[in-house]
Design a protein around this ligand. Structure first.
Ligand code: ZN
Ligand code: ZN
Length: 340
């Protein structure tokens, strides 16, 4: 079988290796789709702080069960599945609390441990999640990023009846906005500087989609949410200007969820955080319940992902996918690698 290995930033080679033998409690899956995300792009550029080379990438996937090891009862050949790509120690303080997603020794497949960019992959049954019939192979690869949005909203607390403001209409911002709506927010406003991404947000049914290059943020908040403004804010880009906007527009006593991954360390006006009793709260990845909710909302069409799929590339054209994302900039939302 073929496996794609990034040997150094910007270089992928294909290795012909043995299909793994199926061990007890493990499942051999035939990989179908792999989604490429911003973190993968950091690895492509050699700018991911916690990834070394060579690395097999691939952590947003759809696969089909090929063979089950002894002791596997919940899966059978032919089942459509996705993989929760976190490997954790089970021993640290966070793991003992059930917060394995922030394990002290967390390894994520495709970054610190082997990813799924191969024709077959062997995985522990505990990491597998069933995909229902309502979701096709393409949608399955977006369960992982949807779970990121669900987890971010869950970390905020109850959003029922709330007016939610989301900065950033890239895939994670879009899916966080849709998650907030699916989880009961009264209305959601999303902002971006890209007309294309704003258009995608419109296609996904997000209530208010605002290009802040053309419309004043303060006026848009007043117009769409009234004078009390937003009840909660999600920063989903990870850059200084939107962090500044978030802190300055936040109503007293509200929470700003920090969802974006910051390349450069931002400066935050903590004077405003103190004086206005703002809460800044981080969110990382997801837990199993977030995967379960993501799948349920997607199957019920409360979260739609098809408008976000920009293009497919064949497995052998893995590198071309990166080059396409590089050239297309904001016009590339989610790119899928089709392995079969
Ligand atoms: Zn990702
Ligand atoms: Zn741990």
């Amino acid at each position: 079988m073929l496996r794609a290995i990034m040997t150094k930033p910007g270089k992928i080679i294909f290795e012909d290796v043995q299909v793994p033998l199926v061990e007890d409690n493990k499942v051999l899956v035939k990989m179908a789709r792999i989604g490429v995300c911003g973190s993968d792009m950091h690895v492509y550029h050699g700018k991911h702080p916690y990834t070394s080379y060579p690395v097999v990438q691939g952590h947003e996937v759809t696969a089909v069960v090929e063979k089950c090891g002894a002791g596997v009862v919940d899966f059978a050949p032919g089942d459509k599945v996705t993989v929760q790509p976190q490997v954790f120690c089970g021993k640290c303080a966070m793991c003992r609390e059930g917060d394995y997603h922030i394990c002290e020794n967390l390894k994520v497949m495709g970054f610190q441990t082997e990813g799924m960019a191969a024709e077959y992959f062997q995985v522990d049954q505990s990491k597998l999640v069933h995909i229902p019939d309502e979701l096709d192979l393409d949608s399955g690869a977006l369960i992982e990023p949807v779970a990121v949005g669900i987890h971010a909203v869950r970390r905020l607390g109850n959003v029922k009846g709330k007016k939610v403001l989301v900065f950033g209409a890239g895939p994670i911002g879009n899916l966080t906005a849709q998650s907030a709506k699916a989880m009961g927010a009264e209305s959601v406003m999303i902002t971006d500087l890209s007309d294309f991404r704003i258009q995608k947000a419109v296609e996904c049914g997000i209530d208010f989609c605002v290009n802040t290059a053309k419309e004043d943020l303060k006026e848009a908040v007043l117009k769409n949410f009234g004078k009390d403004g937003a009840d909660a804010i999600f920063e989903c880009i990870g850059i200084q200007p939107t962090m500044d906007q978030a802190v300055s527009i936040a109503r007293k006593g509200t929470t700003i969820m920090v969802v974006g991954v910051f390349g450069d360390i931002p400066r935050v006006d903590l004077g405003l955080v103190q004086d206005r009793e703002l809460t800044l709260r981080g969110t990382l990845m997801y837990k199993r319940e977030d995967f379960d909710d993501a799948i349920r909302f997607m199957a019920d069409k409360k979260i739609v992902v098809t408008p976000l799929i920009s293009r497919h590339f064949a497995f052998k054209d893995y590198l071309k996918a990166y080059e396409f994302i590089e050239e297309s900039k904001d016009l590339a939302m989610k790119i899928l690698i089709d392995i079969f």
